[in-house]
Write a protein that binds this ligand. Structure first.
Ligand code: FAD
Length: 415
């Protein structure tokens, strides 16, 4: 009879598993290596801008149903805010052309039949050419499944898949891209409404989970890094944290919700993705003009998405490995130039911060996707969670929550 669960890692996957299990009245102990929960999805005070910023701008879509349900379960669904319908304004920095993609709020992608709502200069057949992606095999490349050129590609498919896969789409996994398209574009505008944690990732997705866990009697130990497992037959026997060791009795189960590198160090022989891609975010202390949309898609420049927050403009650049060694000031200047054009703002470079997450996501290629393990391990009381486990999705909050829920369900199935 399982009564106690030790969860290693307080990122979104570990927290979602913890919340689900605490709600089922299991005794939950969370162990986090750092002093802060949230992992790759967290906020912190930044002295350079004198603002609380997120490590990265995180965009959810209303079709991310597990992520939205997780927010609901911790009482913060209202903190995920976005426009009433799935409208995406875009600007092309090369031509200055602006347009708005209006996916409406239906359950079917009927907008493709309406010339006024399609991407400008695209026709119905351009959209039909995307069909092979929908059920593409995991081993296939996006570039072998659909045409990676032309107006529709440049103005919609490339920005969407670049952000979702964090690789240049032609080299990405068509299977993962297909999952994204099925759950968003193909599910109509009601699944594509952009959602942002406006008050910060930690305030909306992390701290309320910690509070709920504490109310339910769970313990959360920060600065408590798991250094090694001791195995006993086909079970985990002990957790070794350096200064202390926790015995894992017959009623105890462990969920390992750490990134791939620590997971493979803790479990030698575990198959995990081995290649990663960076995401670059930059934050500028600047009051957005009143008419600036909360999210603006940018093509033809360095910047890909421009987010307007109170007192702050922030940008995201995916697949950012080429920028990780660029001098920071030079990068800030280049980004600010793009922002001025895209956002129609002017002025000297305001106070700024650049956050370069080198291993933001595993590389969403067919080769790396094939290295993702399931949640079960060779040990009966050890399950895996994390955006890099085999969720069928790229490394996203939605994938993390699904992985946490799946690990929790496996724990509950032992009862
Ligand atoms: C810059 C950036 C932008 C992103 N943008 C988006 C986006 O727009 N939309 C989206 O859906 N997703 C986005 N993502 C992806 C999303 O953040 C991740 O998929 C998600 O946060 C991963 O959660 P996780 O729990 O799987 O892993 P992690 O967040 O990596 O959590 C793992 C935790 O385990 C801890 N840990 C590690 N080793 C140990 C140990 N030995 N003992 C104890 N604890 C340990 C770590 O400190 C960490 O807290 C982005 C990511 C980044 C970095």
């Amino acid at each position: 009879m399982t009564k106690t669960v030790h969860i290693i890692g307080a990122g979104i996957s570990g927290l979602s598993a913890a919340v689900r299990l605490a709600n089922e009245n299991l005794k939950v102990h969370v162990h986090e290596a750092t002093q802060q929960a949230g992992g790759r999805c967290r906020s912190y005070f930044d002295a350079a801008t004198n603002l609380t910023i997120d490590n990265g701008n995180h965009l959810l879509l209303s079709g991310n149903r597990h992520a939205v349900a997780y927010a609901r379960s911790i009482g913060t669904q209202a903190g995920l805010v976005g426009p009433k319908s799935a409208q995406f304004p875009f600007v092309d920095l090369r031509t200055g052309q602006r347009w708005q993609l209006d996916l409406g709020d239906g359950r079917l992608p009927l907008w493709v039949f309406d010339e006024a709502r399609r991407v400008p200069d695209t026709g119905l057949f351009d959209y039909l050419a995307l069909m092979p992606l929908i059920w593409a095999a995991k081993s296939k490349l996006v570039g072998d499944a659909i045409p990676c050129k032309g107006t529709l590609y440049e103005r919609l498919v490339q920005p969407l898949l670049f952000a979702a896969l964090n690789v240049d789409p032609p080299e990405g996994s068509a299977g993962l891209a297909g999952a994204v398209v099925r759950e968003t574009l193909l599910a109509g505008g009601q699944a594509c409404r952009p959602l942002i944690a406006r008050d910060g990732l930690s305030a909306v997705l992390v701290e309320p989970a910690i509070r709920l866990l504490q109310q339910k009697g769970a313990s959360i130990a920060f600065g408590h890094e798991l250094r090694a497992f001791s195995m006993s037959g086909d079970r985990v026997g002990e957790l070794q944290f350096g200064d202390d060791t926790v015995a894992i009795g017959p009623e105890c189960v462990v969920v390992l919700a750490v990134p791939p590198r620590p997971a493979s160090a803790l479990l030698p022989g575990l198959k995990t993705p081995t290649k990663f891609r960076a995401i670059v975010n930059a934050h500028f202390r600047f009051d957005p003009p009143r008419d600036m949309p909360p999210i603006l898609g940018v093509v033809g420049g360095l910047v890909e998405w421009l987010f307007a927050f109170p007192q702050r403009l922030s940008i995201t650049i995916s697949n950012g490995d080429r920028l990780v060694d660029m001098p920071r000031e030079e990068l800030a200047q280049a980004i600010w130039r793009d922002i001025c054009k895209a956002g129609s703002v002017a002025g000297e470079l305001p106070p700024w911060q650049i956050v370069r997450e080198r291993r933001a996501t595993f590389e969403a290629t067919p080769e790396q996707n094939a290295l993702r393990p399931g949640a079960q391990t060779g040990w009966k009381n050890l399950f895996l969670a994390g955006d890099w486990t085999d969720t069928g999705l790229p490394a996203t909050i939605e994938g993390s929550v699904r992985s946490g829920n799946r690990a929790a369900d496996l724990v509950l199935a032992l009862r």
